[in-house]
Write a protein that binds this ligand. Structure first.
Ligand SMILES: *Cc1c(COP(=O)(O)O)cnc(C)c1O
Length: 393
């Protein structure tokens, strides 16, 4: 029995997987079971932010494994404290909560938002509605699925969690209409600055400003889901920094620990003490090995000039693709890019890339780039050569 048959016999078929069994990797290149190499423009959906087995990251993770691999959250560890201090310092947030995934980070944000209003306005006020955007993606748990503003996800698993209403992204009139319809009942507005799974769709500056204006006026918390856009992906440490705004709550996950499971919920002074003893928790949240990997990522991303390079490399990819006849548009920021195609389907291109030694993602009808943040120009060139060849066929 080969690996794929073995896997499929024992694992629930929730993913449409490609026939590819990855065995190892180094820097931006992955290697399959037969030794074939692949340049990686997807980095495990933006998780391997420093590429495969980055030396500094490996050293930090291995040293921590040998020291203490885990302890319960009834005790403290230094590496957790170091990570939390560093992340709060970089982002300017007061406190954070440790979870293990993007969905968990968002669950925490939802709980903070609801309890904030409960504490301040009381149970009877029923001030518990969270506005999310049409075409958003916030996770796969029952709570975050309910938050996700895409009808395709609202199936099978009824009943979904009540208390979410959707607003069309970049539609200020719709925002104001929904706020008026739910007058006094809204506790938070949750959004991605660049909708990732929704097709790499960026929010307009005017719309983001409208969110913050209306939130400020009505004591509504702003929650920015930076699970995909955070840790330098957009060229700033957080994508919301491109808009000059500071949400009350920011969630981060994917690339934050360089390929180890993490999810954090950051909160500002206004709501950082809402969750109190016993109101939230996670057995593995803040795992020391994960925190050690996370610290290595933070140390790298905050190095002088690192984020400028992310912007330059993003621009470089745009420049190289803009005159390809098959390319009709490029969306996104930094090293999070969505490429629209004229005649080909993204799925077919993605499959052809794989056959030719390039891993790349799709998002809705677009090709999606989420390469390691430290990808070299040489690897970008190699990967683009494969892609262009396919697009020009
Ligand atoms: C991937 C993603 C999530 C879910 O993260 P998981 O780690 O899969 O739970 C949530 N929000 C956004 C914006 C994402 O891209």
């Amino acid at each position: 029995m080969n690996t794929i048959e073995q896997f499929n016999e024992h694992v629930m078929p929730t993913y449409g997987r490609y026939d590819l069994v990855l065995d190892k990797g180094a820097e931006q290149t992955a290697v399959d079971e037969d030794g074939k190499q692949y340049i990686d423009f997807g980095s495990g959906i933006g998780t391997n932010s420093l590429g495969y087995c980055n030396e500094e990251w490996v050293d930090a993770v291995c040293a921590q494994v040998k020291k203490i691999q885990h302890t319960s959250n009834y005790y403290y560890t230094k590496v957790q404290a170091d990570f939390a201090q560093k992340l709060c310092g970089i982002t300017g947030y007061s406190k954070m909560f440790f979870g293990n995934s993007g969905a968990e980070a968002n669950e925490c944000a939802i709980k903070v938002a609801r309890k904030y209003s409960f504490d301040k306005y009381g149970k009877e006020a029923e001030r518990n509605i969270i506005i999310t955007l049409v075409n958003s993606f916030h996770g796969r748990t029952m709570g975050t699925l309910s938050a996700t503003g895409q009808d395709v996800f609202h199936n099978y698993f009824f009943p979904f969690l009540p208390g979410f209403v959707n607003v069309k992204a970049n539609d200020i009139d719709d925002l104001n209409k929904v706020i008026a319809e739910n007058d006094g009942k809204i506790c938070a507005i949750m959004f991605e600055c660049i909708q990732g799974e929704g097709g790499v769709v960026g929010l307009d500056e005017a719309f983001v400003k409208a969110i913050f204006d209306v939130a400020e006026k009505n004591d509504i918390l702003t929650i920015c889901d930076e699970v995909q856009t955070g840790v330098g992906r957009s060229g700033k440490f957080l994508a919301c920094m491109n808009y000059g705004v500071k949400p009350n709550i920011v969630t981060m996950a994917k690339g934050l620990a360089g390929g180890l499971p993490i999810g954090v919920c950051l909160a500002d002074e206004k709501c950082c003490d809402v969750l109190t003893k016993g109101t939230h928790g996670s057995t593995f949240g803040g795992n020391p090995v994960v925190c050690a990997g996370g610290l290595a990522v933070l140390n790298n991303v905050t190095k002088e000039g690192f984020l400028d390079e992310v912007i330059k490399k993003g621009d470089y990819i745009r420049e190289k693709l803009k005159d390809v006849p098959e390319v009709t548009g490029i969306s996104g920021m930094g090293l999070m890019l969505g490429v629209s195609l004229k005649t080909k389907t993204a799925g077919d291109v993605c499959k052809a890339c794989l056959d030719n030694g390039l891993l790349i993602l799709t998002a809705k009808e677009k090709l999606r780039f989420l390469p390691p943040l430290n990808i070299s120009y040489e690897e970008i060139d190699k990967g683009l050569a494969i892609l262009k060849d396919i697009l020009e066929k």
